[in-house]
Each structure stands twice: as structure tokens, then as C-alpha cells.
Design a protein around this ligand. Sequence first.
Ligand code: PRX
Length: 658
Amino acid sequence: MSQEEVSLEARLEEQEAFEPPESFVEQANVADPSIYEEFEENWPECWERAADLLSWEEEYDTVLEDGDAPFYEWFTGGELNASYNCLDRHVEDGAKNRAAIKWEGELGETRTYTYGELLNEVEAFAATLRDLGVEEDDVVTLYMPMIPELPVAMLACARIGAPHSVVFAGFSADALATRMNAADSEYLVTCDGYYRRGDALDHISKANEGLEGVEHEVSDVVVVDRLGDALSHSLGDNQHDYDELVEEHEGASVDPVSRDAEDMLFLMYTSGTTGEPKGVKHTTGGYLAYTAWTSHSVLDIKPEDTYWCSADIGWITGHSYIVYGPLALGTTTMMYEGTPDYPEKDRLWEIVEKNRVDVFYTAPTAIRAFMKWGSQYPEEHDLSSLRLLGTVGEPINPRAWKWYYKHIGDEECPIVDTWWQTETGGMMITTLPAINTMKPGSAGPPLPGISAKVVDAEGEEVSAGKAGYVTVDKPWPGMLRTLYKNDERFIEEYWDEYSDEEADEWVYFPEDGAKIDDDGYITILGRVDDVINVSGHRLGTMEIESAVVGVEGVAEAAVVGGDHDVKGEAVYVYAIPEDGYEGNDELGERVIEGVVDAIGPIARPEEVIFTPELPKTRSGKIMRRLLEDIASGNELGDTSTLRNPEVVDDIEEQVAGD
Ligand code: PRX
């Protein structure tokens, strides 16, 4: 590094607050700070601003219906169609030839769908689904990787009013079966495979294995042929080739079905404290208005932009900020099939340069990997088209934030660190990029109209600097409406902790720890339940534990998250071998395989530690906190309350020895 660079690094290192550049402010969608007041004074009618970004077939009568809280309803009486809002209206407005989706495959092939072309394919596939017998409100499962047919299928479902349930392609066959069973889903759209690090990956076998675990009859399966000759596959009795069906229905005209604002747009399963994944239900009006509004105000998306969110559509980030929000605004949204380091570690920057990407949204885990690889990779490319950067999924440490700011944004792009969840539908706590000062490591204030607070165990707001829990004590349009077919669990999971049911005061509890500064900025500290956040992906420890104890030779197990410098958190398994089995490498390998088979490679344990006993309190509860500290290499707190303190040294020695 030159002298000049060294002093620049040192200055950045110390700087704690960053102002949005004037050039950004001048062009921003939302730049007037009075928006905070406007939303506060005019709540809940302020949310009409979000609804106004959409085209309604039938105007709504009421912004918020809270008579049956916490089963809130938004924009009641309104009718609309999400696919119409994401496609037809832009075509009608003259944007037929604007690129809607620009896709790049891992091997370098590209496909661009204009709004006109995307609408045609969505109509052809919507007609296909109808012909197969899909009716309004039937749940269609989409088990697909990052190929354009995934958003096509989502929008085709939306067009005919069939909620989709997307299952992340990296999830296992078991996970697919569990989700299809839970949603009684009789239709599946999947593909033969996709590319990962240059290899053709077989996906159809996993899908077929999953189908064997579905307890009801599956009517039809549509299979996209992504790999052509690279993977030969045969279709079963009720399986159809996507291309053939779409060709047959080419030119079909399918009117968008008018959906009630509160009708379900999609289901998305996410991990919770217990083993069963939770089916988060999102609606047509509130969700679409909220994702469009946050795409407009936080991501500053404009129709003429090329916008890129590098998440996978299999997670909520991809639903809200690759598909629905950006397309509702009529912009060009990018999709990339593969990994960021294939064939080289500059792949993403090459894509940014080639497509002149304006806004880039990614996860801290990716940024930490970029940092580790080094700044020479982004430096090889012209990234001057970038105007705004974003992150989501987990806390971002100030060092990674500053690296992103300097090496990707060239100190000219604001960064939005957006806190939200599958359940919230869209962003909740973040700076508005043209308005607020940025403080690396702190997400920022709650968005206008969002009443997020940091409270103690009793629900009292904590003073500045003290740790507490995030709560939200007013509803918002993008919120989940319930857990699919399980209203009781919805209340239990999110509302029981802090609400005063008798007083009809409802407080949403996201199960995240946080602290608040005296200027109202919120720093998220991470989950406080038994959920771990691996590379920005939410995994339930109970789900992993049940996979571990399902392995022959394991008697008992505890799974915790330990610090990891790239993934944020990694999965650590502590396991007691059954009598007659030895805790050796072979059993360790089988445990790892068992977890990958049950959940998917994202849950692959970092380490399996065998121990004759787990540290337990006198009342017999496993001391998870202690196991987390051991995994993270932290200093251990008081162990005197343990029933079996001697096991701690034993375990520590093993971990240190690896
Ligand atoms: O712990 C928070 C963390 O991710 C959780 C939500 O995970 P999921 O539903 O999978 O959605 C991820 C993408 C929205 C939260 O409870 N989280 C998300 N964003 C941030 C974050 N933690 C800190 N800072 C963030 N910006």
C-alpha cells in the first residue's frame, strides 16, 4: 500500500459517521426528511403512499382494519393482481421493450426478457397451469434454482390467483416433502438441474425423492430442462416438459384474476424454534405495496435502472427484492445463477461492469468473503455505474461495512443496512439513503411509519446503549397475516411475549436482540431464540438436532451457532455416542451427511464434537450459551451452576485440539 492509501485506511478506520453524497441526494426518490413526521402524524393513512405505487382494479375502502388484531387487514375492499402490477401495466405504459429480467448463467450464457416477452411467457405458463387443473387458491410448489423460469412461474401463479410456495433449491428432498405436505400442495414445478462451480448438478433426482415423501396425491409436475444434454432425465407419468407446454400455449391470453387485497399471494416456509417449519402467509395488497414502497424509498429504484440483488429467489429477500418490488416498479432486475467465485473471484464485479448495474444489494457474509479474497478483484473492473449499495440478512461488522463502502462503492455510494425478516415481508429498520447519516454496524432508525422499539424483558424501553429486544408495536402493510392454517401458533410465536391481550394492545416480537443509541439508531445483535443465522440463512437448531439424533450411533445432541469469520455463524454439533459406538471421524462424517441429507448443504456442520455428556444445569437443561461460547472460542462465564462442570474442560480440550 502507498503512504496515501495507508492514511486513507486509517481515516476510514476511525470514521464513525458517513453522510450521503450530494450527487445521490439530488436524484433520490425520497429525499425530504419531513417524511418521518408526515408518516407519524398521518398514520395509518400514510400507507396510502405505498398503495399509490400500485394499480388497483378496485379501490380499497379502508387502509387498516384492526378490529380483529393481531389479524390485521390492509387496504380492505381493494382488488388487484400482482402479475398485472409487475407486467401488464408497464407494457401498457410503453415499456414493452425495456428489459425486465437480465439473467446470466454460471457458464456465461445470458438471457434477457423484455417486459413484453416476460408477459407473454407468464401468460403461456399461466394458461398451462390452468390446463393442468390449477385453480384459484391452490398452492403450487416451486422447487427451482436461479433460472428465469422461477420468476415466470411465480408470476404465472399470481396471475391466476394460485399462491406459490417456493422451496429453496439447496434444500433437501425431505425439506421439499415436508413443505408440500404442510401446504397440501398438489402441483410442483422444478427442473432437471443447474450449474454449480462449473458442474452440472442433478436436481430432478432430489425432487423425485422428495415427491416420494409427499403424503397426498401429486397431480402434476412440470420440469424445466435447464441442462439439456449435460444431464439426461426421463419424465414420470404425471411429469411434463416445461418448454413443450409453454410452446403449446404460446400466444395464450390469460386475464389477470382480480384478487382481494387480503388474498394470499404466497407462502414461504421459514425456520423457528421448534422442528416444524413455519408457513408464513403474505397477501396480495399489503405485501406488494410494501415491497414496492421500500424498493422505491430505500433501494431508490427507478424504472431506467439496472438493479441487482444477489440473493436467491428461494429466500424472502429474492421474493421481495428480486421479483415483486423491483418488477412492480418496472425496473430491470438481474439474476445470476451461480457462485460468486466461478470461474474467478471477480465474477460479480464483471457482471456489474458489463451490465452497468446501478444498485447492488447483497449479504454481509458475501462481503466478508470478498474482503478475504482481496480488493484486487473489484479493482479489475469499472464499478462507476453503482449509485447505491445495500446489505441484508445479518449484522454487518463495521470493518466489512467500510470495505464495501470503499472498495465497491468508491466512497460515493450510500449503504443501506436493512433489517427485516421473512415475516415482515420487507425492510423495517434502515437508513433512508438520501436522508440519514450512516453509522457502520448500526442498521439505523425504523423506517417512517414503522414503530420499532428496543425493550427489556418487561417491555419497557431500554435506555441508550443498553441491550434489549426489538419489538414492533404498530402493524405495517407487509406483515405476515398468519402462519398457514395455524392461527394459534401465529399468536404464540410472535405476539404472546409482549402483548396485553386484555387491553387489546398488540406487540410483534421478532426474537432479535438489539441496542439503541441516543439518536434512535438501532444496532441488531442477533437472534435470541434457538435459530442460528448461517450466511444470512435462518436455520432452526431443533431441526438440525433432530437430524443428528436420527443418525445411527448418536444418543443425544445439542446444536448451537458459533462465530465464523465469513458465515457469521456456523453450525456446531455436540453429540453423545450411543453405547457400543465410538465418537470417531467415521461417526462424525455420518452426522454431517445426516444433516446435509435432512436439510441441505447450507446446514453442513462446521464441526462435530463428541462428548460423553452435555453440560447441564441442575434442573437438567442443556447450557447452550456455554456451548456457543466454546464453539466461538469465547471466554467462559460461570460454570458453577452446572450439574456436571467437569465435562466443560473435556469439551474445550477437544475443540482446541482440532
Ligand atoms: O436476526 C435477523 C437477521 O435475519 C433474521 C431474519 O431472517 P430471515 O427471515 O431468513 O430473513 C432474512 C432476510 C430478510 C432476523 O431476525 N437479520 C436480517 N437482516 C439483518 C439481520 N440482522 C442484522 N442486521 C440486518 N440488516
